[in-house]
Design a protein around this ligand. Structure first.
Ligand code: GAL
Length: 679
């Protein structure tokens, strides 16, 4: 028996699409299989406890193999079969990839690269987000789908398109150029305002007519950075507008929640999901371990925290992940023993209440035939299926977690706009990368057992004790005020290199860097002094840095450490300024891992945030209800660890004490009554 939980009225037990249990789901592509296989599939789904199945994600070509009427007969049948089996459907609108005939009949729907070449059909998402013809054809399909299935009892979720912008977010064709101009007119009103915002007095770029304004197509020299930044904004908005068009049709015909699967991940940066999030009835993310990164597990934690940020703390769904290897990385690593459970719980710990996989049955042909699946090529006889069964049974035991929330005392200000702008051309150093900086601060806090909320610039930060602002190169006034307010209200705020340098037009805030935070930090940077690729610098505190240094002039701050060598020798490197009841820290270099961890400890101490020294390969995250704490401890290490959490372990069903070691590779989900109730 698990301890009963009580939830406060503000914490509805489950959002509309969920059932009060942890949902186990998957993508299913019945169009790849003969109908005789469907019966086996559905029987095995029931055996495994799958209760949400995404279908029709890539169904368009089967529904409409030629221009003309749709044939829904197979889709009707699979929907009925799933419904009869008691399996809910996450119904794809099917518009993600058009059938081959669309490119033949309407070649103008194909997307164009920056150098003018076309992306051809044969892969997926070969469509221009600004194509009027594509949208018309897609909306015809969505309307037919919504009319037919809007009230179908099996349909629990509408799944708009698929991973919008995964391959086609940036299109440079003439239709995109026209749409870009319309977007710019709405943003700037006049051509003069555009010329001013883009700084076109530079390099003879001044526009005399709107018709000359183009997407940032391939150039021989560096392009205009403000134009590039606006094109990224436009491209995100354009696909969001497309999502809205599909969602509007679905909402007109159906009361079922509408969402789409986001890609909060290291290798896709094209959509500003903070602007998308309010349009989704609930947040769903696709996440795959990325073995091209130095620490894929740290990135998983980052992605999950950021997804919770998009969900504004509400429960969210992993709409796709893999049981083992993917098929799109240079080397596709299989998951090690226990890794499936560990990675899944990494998401659940951070607020996911639904775990769905790509995909149900491994494809036998096509580009993803070596991608893992709940039901692998080896069928039910192999180890893969056994792991799926084990996972399902652990998820069943975690049902008491559903509806509980993650509470974090630390926040990291994350911004897609800053990411786009910070990584533009012609900066002091191309070695300073936005996302790795954000990852590294998050990773250091995770290694200290500190849970981090990821928030958009401009969010009210006054309830946090610790606020980290990595490389927020471009800032609005609202964002800089919110950060300063957090410090004044008592938070420890850390600002890192190349933050607060330009406004939202990518125009330098004059008067000494960082223009937006000079006063808050009590310092001025006269000059950036970046380092060569392999160079490092030493700090008086014993810390080490690389990539970046600044010539810092302190006006009103304590010097925590100075540069002992390098191009900024003798300049302050780390500073701290008491502000109101809080503090504002600046670090002007990219600290190595050990130095960063030491700084994170100092910041936590300054902020009064408790730490648990778990290291980089252990996750400790607590979800809570009004009455209980539920702490996830995930040991990615190949040795046992000691963890100070006592209570009932939902995974093993045993009561554990502070002294019960957690074996190598094992997970524990400890539920205990809150000692701080009423606090
Ligand atoms: C996602 C996509 C799925 C499948 C999966 C493979 O990007 O939505 O359709 O391709 O990756 O990992």
């Amino acid at each position: 028996m698990t301890t009963p939980l009580t939830l406060t009225p503000e914490q509805p037990l489950v959002p509309g699409w969920a059932t009060g249990t942890i949902t186990l789901g998957c993508d299913y592509n019945p169009e790849q299989w003969d109908e005789s296989v469907w019966h086996d599939d559905i029987a095995l789904m029931r055996e495994l406890g799958v209760d949400l199945v995404a279908i029709n994600i890539f169904g368009w070509a089967q529904l409409q193999p030629q221009p003309g009427p749709f044939d829904f007969s197979r889709l009707d049948r699979i929907l009925s079969m799933l419904h009869e089996a008691g399996i809910r459907v996450n119904l794809g609108t099917g518009t993600s990839s058009p059938p081959p005939w669309l490119a033949r009949v309407h070649p103008e729907t194909l997307p164009q690269f920056a150098n003018g070449t076309l992306a051809w059909p044969g892969g997926r998402q070969a469509w221009c987000p600004s194509s009027v013809v594509f949208r018309q054809k897609a909306i015809e399909l969505v309307t037919a789908m919504a009319e037919r299935y809007g009230n179908h009892p099996a349909v629990a979720v509408w799944h708009v398109s698929n991973e919008l912008g995964c391959h086609n977010a940036l299109c440079y064709c003439d239709a995109s150029a026209r749409a870009f101009r319309t977007w710019l007119r709405a943003r700037y009103g006049t051509l003069d305002a555009l010329n001013s915002a883009w700084g076109t007095a530079f390099w003879s770029q001044r526009y005399g007519t709107w018709d000359d304004v183009l997407p940032p197509r391939a150039t021989r020299s560096a392009g205009n950075p403000a134009q590039l930044l606006d094109f990224k904004r436009f491209s995100s908005d354009e696909l969001l507008d497309y999502y809205r068009a599909e969602a509007a049709v679905l909402r007109e015909h159906s009361s079922v929640p509408v969402t789409t699967n986001l890609m909060v991940t290291a290798h896709i940066q094209t959509l500003d999901y903070f602007s998308w999030a309010p349009e989704l009835d609930f947040i769903a993310n696709d996440h795959y371990l990325d073995h091209r990164l130095a620490d894929p597990l740290a990135e998983l934690a980052f992605s999950a925290d950021l997804t919770r940020g998009l969900a504004a703390g509400q429960p969210w769904m992993v709409m796709e992940t893999s049981t083992s290897a993917v098929s799109w990385q240079p080397v596709n690593h299989a998951k090690r023993e226990g890794e499936l459970l560990r990675t899944v719980l990494g998401h659940v710990a951070r607020g996911a209440d639904s775990i769905c996989f790509f995909q149900w049955r491994a494809s036998r042909s096509g580009a993803e035939k070596f991608h893992s699946a709940l039901l692998p090529h080896s069928g039910t006889a192999g180890q893969g299926w056994a792991q799926s069964v084990e996972l399902s049974s652990v998820l069943d035991r975690l049902n008491p977690v559903v509806g509980s929330r993650v509470h974090a005392r630390a926040a990291l200000v994350f911004s897609w706009e800053a990411w786009w702008a910070a990584e533009g051309d012609s900066h002091p150093s191309s070695l300073l990368r936005y996302l790795p900086e954000a990852h590294r601060y998050h990773r250091a806090l995770r290694a200290l057992g500190i849970t981090v909320d990821m928030v958009a610039p401009g969010t009210d930060l006054t309830s946090y004790d610790l606020v980290v602002v990595p490389t927020l190169y471009t800032v609005t006034d609202a964002a800089s005020v919110a950060i300063a307010d957090a410090a004044a209200a008592g938070a420890t705020v850390l600002i890192t290199p190349f933050t607060g340098i330009v406004d939202e037009r990518d125009t330098v805030i004059a008067g000494g860097y960082p223009g937006a935070f000079r006063e808050l930090l009590g310092l001025t940077i006269d000059e950036f002094r970046p380092l060569a690729a392999e160079a490092t610098v030493s700090l008086s505190s014993g810390a080490h840095g690389s990539i970046w240094t600044d010539a810092v002039r302190v006006t009103d701050a304590e010097i925590v450490a100075s540069y002992s060598d390098g191009p900024a020798a003798a300049s302050p490197a780390i500073t701290r300024r008491p502000v109101g009841s809080g503090t504002a820290w600046y670090v002007s270099t990219v600290l190595d891992d050990d130095s960063l961890l030491r700084l994170a400890r100092d910041l936590a101490a300054d902020a009064g945030v408790p730490i648990v020294e778990v290291g980089y390969d252990v996750d400790v995250v607590t979800r809570q209800t009004d009455t209980h704490h539920i702490t996830f401890i995930i040991n990615h290490r190949s040795e046992p660890i000691a963890v100070p959490y006592a209570g009932l372990d939902l995974v093993s069903g045993e009561t554990v004490t502070d002294a019960t070691p957690l074996p190598a590779g094992a997970v524990r989900v400890v539920i205990s009554e809150r000692s701080d109730r009423g606090a």
